[in-house]
Design a protein around this ligand. Sequence first.
Ligand code: GCO
Length: 477
Amino acid sequence: MTSLRSSFPPSFTWGAAAAAYQIEGAWNAEGKGPSVWDMLTSQPGRIWMNDSGREACNHFHRYEDDILMMRDLGFKAYRLSISWPRVMPAGTGAVNKKGLDFYDRLVDRLLEAGIEPWVTLFHWDYPYELFLRGGWLNPESPRWFEEYARVVVDRLSDRVGHWMTLNEPQCFLGLGHLTGEHAPGLRLGLEEVLLASHHALLAHGRSVQVIRSQAVRKPFIGFAPVGCISHPATNSVADADAAMRAMASVYPDNLWNNIWWGDPIFRGCYPEEGLRAYGKLAPKVQPGDMETINQPLDFYGCNIYSSTKVRAGDGGRIEVVAAGQGEAHTHFLWPVSPEALYWGPKFLAGRYGVPVVITENGLSLNDWVGLDGRVHDSARIDFLNLYLRQLDRAAAEGVDVRGYFHWSIMDNFEWAEGYKHRFGLVYVDYATQQRTPKDSAYWFRRVMQTNGASLYDEPDQSEPSFNNLPELQTSPL
Ligand code: GCO
């Protein structure tokens, strides 16, 4: 096997990610309050098969074994989220000591195992009690989040140094408040959703202030939005330019864009393109708001799964190129588009001038445990190899990429899709809670160990494979 060198910097962080509601279970254990996801999943017909995260992977009770497994799989970093209502059952006020103790132990065990925790403050499980008080629409909501952030930072920041504030505002606001598939399941008008979004941005800013001013360990802070990525249909300069412009676009009827979120945070203003697209529906910015939102950040976290192919049409107009028949897609029907990990970081690092970390990337497959007791997910290995080579290409061209977190460490509750999708490097049998590392987990261990060089290993020819079979003789009909 020959290994070329990769261009990932020596300090590159390799890890995997998960989120509280998707893996913890123990939805009402030890004083935890309900979240909007507990509410939504209790309404029949909202979630595929009426699944819920009540049990999920029962990580709340199995975290010690899970951490040992991660250690054995070679992980040195793990992205987790804190459940706000586990820590503060009503969202503000009383702190649930047992809930906070859980994260305290989780962090300790991770560090003992040599795994660096990267903590997300909010990955969608909003306290139900605060929803009853108007949720993100309430102008007090940024203060509520600040109060919660203070409690977490006070307790964990002597050991936690890596922080993310909000995960994917496009989803919890867009899917949660505009189209209603996600919790809290609302279908508000765009004007109200943009107001709620403004409050979420303020909450982000306030929590960054808390981390910066209070953290014991010197913090490395980012946020983790959806990367809305486009790539050019051909090698032409015109198409590349169209892809770059598509990533800097805002569309009038939805929140699926990069810059409505990134510009206030990194540049201190809403983008002109967005103000034009949303027009009168844009929120009224009060004096001081943008100063609060525009806190210095250490990285841009990108959750990138796929990208849209575009080209320059007449007069340079951005045209989306539809997928051809039979083009590769994942079990979620998301296109397999490795270029996403090249064009996304290139655009985002370029526009905002900060390092990028891939905070999520991966795919869902219909995996199962085979007759030999193993999970042979060769498609995941191939997907990762293709995507990571593109990320390496970005690094080789000088894009400041600092890390990659695979989504996900283990199969888990996939929101409105319930347990239909398996995103994990580790297979979870939900009936027995048995974990089985998939082939991809072992493959990824080597990628981490070699800092990406093993992406360029020659395929192992000693293994019998269909490629070695004599050519198929077809006889005429
Ligand atoms: C998101 C979330 C994750 C998902 C993952 C797969 O991106 O929606 O951050 O919680 O599970 O992305 O959809």
